[in-house]
Design a protein around this ligand. Structure first.
Ligand code: HEM
Length: 446
């Protein structure tokens, strides 16, 4: 009885936020993972917001958690990175991405890694080069899709996005390598797909370590992210070794291709369902092409940036889809905020869907309406838009992701037409899946 009492009333040197810790051991885990078929705020969160207010406590997978659906509170938590909170996800995931080695790294190591990623993937640094690569991949893939009777969008965009990410990360282009490397990479991919069951040190990690090692002793430059990492490893006092470099490559691949492919699939689905959006998007892209002397469909970085409606479509997709349904932190010190105390060791869950679907901020919040962003520039982070997180850990690939989406949409709307054949329904649990896929027929514009 004593133990159950302690479970329900955790020790705290102050006032904990309201909420229930659920059943002993199970907490409220089962309710949290209940799936839903709409883009709305998950019922678990919505019910508790009504009952307890915007900040509440719970227990998920044996961890005491404070959930924030409040913009100010969430912003405060992001600003506390490295001070009273650190990046933390479930233990199994932290192991997978090399927990102590890099991702939880604060200070010098995190700064160095973050700068390397921003340098390599940010279009601001290497505008036309990165653009050329993305356009090339988009062109080639769309041409292949248009030759098929039907494509399952999530599947094909995942292949495309993984191709681009792996090319930029470690120059892996399946069509250009010898058989043995292809086999090795297939094994790596299998490991990647089965990752919830996998642990570091197994298939993909070993493959990545082999790749890092090979590159370390090679004199050839590839211009990819692995080059940058290996250069760091060769410094007098290196911050990384083969193992941590392999973990980092994995983390980048993981962070980059699934997010972008989900966003693109959702954008295509939303556009398919809103002909007026397709029309305005097409008009915007065609207008840019009309103003050019050389009517080639490649655009410059500035031209992509100038297309405000495209940027609104992307922001609206990210707002409504909530690809990152939550962002987690762990309190390393006792935190006092808004009259509440969060004990050290507790998990803090920032909940972007609650911010993005707040009817006070976004009128008719469940409607896909890119025009709501009119008059605003491209968004990456604000108190009411946290699709890319916030603070020091804000997504390092946000610009790269947005550029990829803009480029694919550009070629899709100017050179092709598509019709939806079936699918497009979503299930959220809490990540998004398409139980019936999204099948479309792509045809070249006549
Ligand atoms: C639409 C696509 C994307 C979305 C929605 C997205 C979302 C996010 C979010 C929410 C975070 C913060 C996680 C946290 O604070 O715990 C994050 C971090 C990160 N993302 Fe993305 N991401 C996307 C694409 C990419 C791409 C293409 C890359 C490729 C380089 C990337 C690399 C990273 C990295 C390295 C971090 C960690 C940054 C740090 O800890 O300093 N992301 N992303």
């Amino acid at each position: 009885t004593n133990w159950i009492y302690k479970w329900s009333n955790p020790i705290c040197n102050g006032k904990l936020p309201p909420g229930s810790m659920g059943l002993p051991v199970l907490g409220e885990t089962i309710q949290f993972f209940k799936s839903q078929t709409s883009f709305d705020i998950p019922p678990f969160i919505k019910d508790r917001m009504k009952r307890y207010g915007p900040v509440f406590k719970t227990n998920l997978v044996c961890h005491p958690v404070v959930v924030s659906t409040d913009p100010e509170f969430s912003h405060f938590i992001f600003q506390e990175e490295g001070k009273s909170v650190v990046f933390w996800y479930m233990d199994s995931f932290m192991k997978l991405i090399g927990q102590d080695k890099l991702t939880t790294s604060t200070g010098a190591m995190h700064k160095s890694l973050r700068n390397m990623v921003m340098d390599h993937y940010s279009p601001n640094k290497q505008k036309e080069k990165i653009l050329f690569e993305i356009e090339d991949v988009a062109r080639r893939n769309l041409a292949i899709w248009s030759k098929q009777d039907s494509v399952e969008v999530k599947e094909v965009v995942t292949t495309m996005s993984f191709g681009l990410s792996s090319m930029k990360t470690m120059s892996y282009d399946p069509s250009m390598h010898a058989e043995n490397l292809k086999d090795r990479f297939t094994t790596f991919l299998k490991g990647l797909i089965s990752f919830p069951l996998d642990i570091p040190g197994t298939v993909f990690n070993k493959c990545l370590k082999v790749m890092v090692n090979e590159r370390f002793y090679s004199t050839k430059k590839h211009g990819d992210f692995l080059d940058v990492l290996v250069e760091e490893m060769k410094k007098e006092e290196p911050l990384y070794n083969v193992e941590s470099a392999a973990y980092f490559l994995f983390a980048i691949l993981f962070a980059s291709f699934e997010t972008v492919s989900l966003a693109l699939t959702l954008a295509i689905n939303f556009i398919s369902e809103h002909p007026s959006v397709l029309k305005e998007l097409t008009d915007e892209h065609e207008a840019i092409l009309k103003n050019r002397e050389n009517v080639d469909s490649s655009l410059t970085w500035n031209e992509y940036k100038s297309m405000t409606f495209t940027s609104h479509v992307i922001d609206e997709t990210l707002r409504l889809a909530n690809i990152a349904p939550f962002v987690l932190r762990r309190a390393i010190k006792e935190i006092h905020v808004d009259g509440y105390t969060i004990p050290a060791g507790w998990t803090i869950m920032v909940c972007p869907p609650a911010l993005h679907l707040n009817p006070e901020k976004y009128e008719d919040a469940l409607t896909f309406n890119p025009w709501r962003w009119k008059g605003q520039g491209s968004n990456t982070a604000s108190k009411s838009f946290m699709a890319f997180g916030g603070g020091m850990r804000q997504c390092a690939g946000a610009e790269f992701a947005k550029l990829q989406l803009s480029v694919v949409l550009h070629f899709l709307v100017t050179k092709y037409r598509w019709t939806k054949i079936k699918g497009g329904e979503i299930v959220r649990n809490p990540g998004i899946v398409f139980p019936n896929g999204l099948h479309i027929k792509v045809t070249e514009n006549s």
